[in-house]
Design a protein around this ligand. Structure first.
Ligand code: TPP
Ligand code: SF4
Ligand code: MG
Length: 318
């Protein structure tokens, strides 16, 4: 941190006097495997925090359980390492009570699309102003190699050693199918410029921003994105002046498709099966209603909160 302010401790220095560097947001040393895509996603998040100058004490990262869900430990913002599959209801509660906070949710594919699937659908429908990141490595990483809903068909794992029986669930199509969806994007951990631009667009969107990040897990699904990592021809960038633009990548990723993110039907079509990986903004609509505005609640003062707590405790006093 550059300046000397200390408004948290009540020294009376304005928040405006403070400024933050990327390293101010760095928490514990990540324990992820070498080459894990989560490292790059964490770096992109730190870049965003610095660029947007988000005060750590007004920013919350909420997660469930999984390798990806260790995210809050590695940041100095507030964090809530929650329960498997329950990151979204926790974040919903935080945002409803404290709409002034910047809320980010980090989930794995097991966390979001399996045990947390019910919460995911309703969080999209609630459309609260927060960023939800699905770090999709197509496997349960933390528990060491079990099939998840996004595991490709025939991929072998500890739970399905003869190969996954089912077609994988498509997180983009699911999200785009929920009423009140307002921002749906896809990016990849190995393309830092696109990853950062996507996080920035998601943060700036007014509403629930769902970002699926294709995340490499060299430990259990090392072949999952290999073709797309090695050969940019396997990637198609969705581009539009109102979408996610990365001109610095133009010479590398030459497959481009103009897609107006207001076109939901086309967004759904593009999210469907394809012979290449599509990255970019599939849909955005800022006019959709936010649940926290429909349910606007007054923020209580510290004294009021203490009084309410004491009243509650008094009920159980012997
Ligand atoms: C209620 C409950 N069920 C199961 C588990 C065991 N568990 C912990 S993490 C996890 C899956 C993690 O996979 P994913 O969400 O894809 O995250 P990743 O580790 O791949 O980042 C499971 C099944 C648990 N902690 N709690
Ligand atoms: S098991 Fe996979 S997802 Fe977990 S830290 Fe290692 S590489 Fe990353
Ligand atoms: Mg996973």
């Amino acid at each position: 941190m550059i300046s000397t302010s200390c408004s948290l401790l009540g020294c009376g220095v304005d928040d405006d006097d403070r400024s933050w560097l990327m390293e101010d947001y760095a928490g514990g040393v990540p324990k992820w495997c070498p080459g894990c895509g989560d490292h790059a996603i964490l770096t992109a998040a730190e870049r965003l925090l610095e660029a947007e100058q988000l005060p750590p004490e007004r920013t919350v990262f909420v997660s469930g359980i999984g390798c990806s869900s260790r995210f809050p430990h590695y940041l100095t913002t507030y964090g809530f390492h929650g329960i498997h599959g329950r990151a979204l209801p926790i974040a919903t509660g935080v945002k409803l009570r404290r709409p002034d906070l910047h809320v980010f949710v980090v989930m794995g594919d097991g966390d979001c699309c399996s045990i947390g699937a019910g919460h995911w659908i309703h969080a999209v429908r609630y459309n609260m102003n927060m960023v939800a990141l699905l770090l999709d490595n197509g496997i349960y990483g933390l528990t060491k190699n079990q099939t998840s809903p996004t595991t490709p068909q025939h991929h072998t794992s500890n739970t399905q050693p003869k190969g996954s029986f089912l077609m994988p669930l498509n997180p983009l199509s699911v999200t785009l199918g929920v009423s009140n969806a307002s921002f749906v994007a896809q990016t990849a951990d190995w393309i830092p410029a696109h990853l950062y631009a996507t996080l920035r667009a998601a943060y700036r969107h007014r509403g629930f921003s769902f970002v699926r990040v294709l995340q490499r897990c060299p430990q259990y699904t090392s072949d999952l994105f290999e073709e797309a990592v090695r050969n940019p021809k396997f990637i198609e960038m969705l581009v539009h002046p109102d979408g996610i633009e990365t001109p610095e990548l133009d010479k590398i990723y030459t497959n481009k498709r103009v897609h107006d993110p207001r076109d939901l039907d086309m967004g759904r079509h593009l999210a469907g099966p394809a012979d290449r990986v599509r990255l970019g903004l599939f849909f955005r609509d800022e006019s959709r209603e936010l649940y926290e505005e429909l349910r606007q609640q007054r923020v209580h003062t510290a004294q009021e909160r203490i009084a309410r707590l004491n009243k509650e405790f008094d009920k159980y006093a012997v």
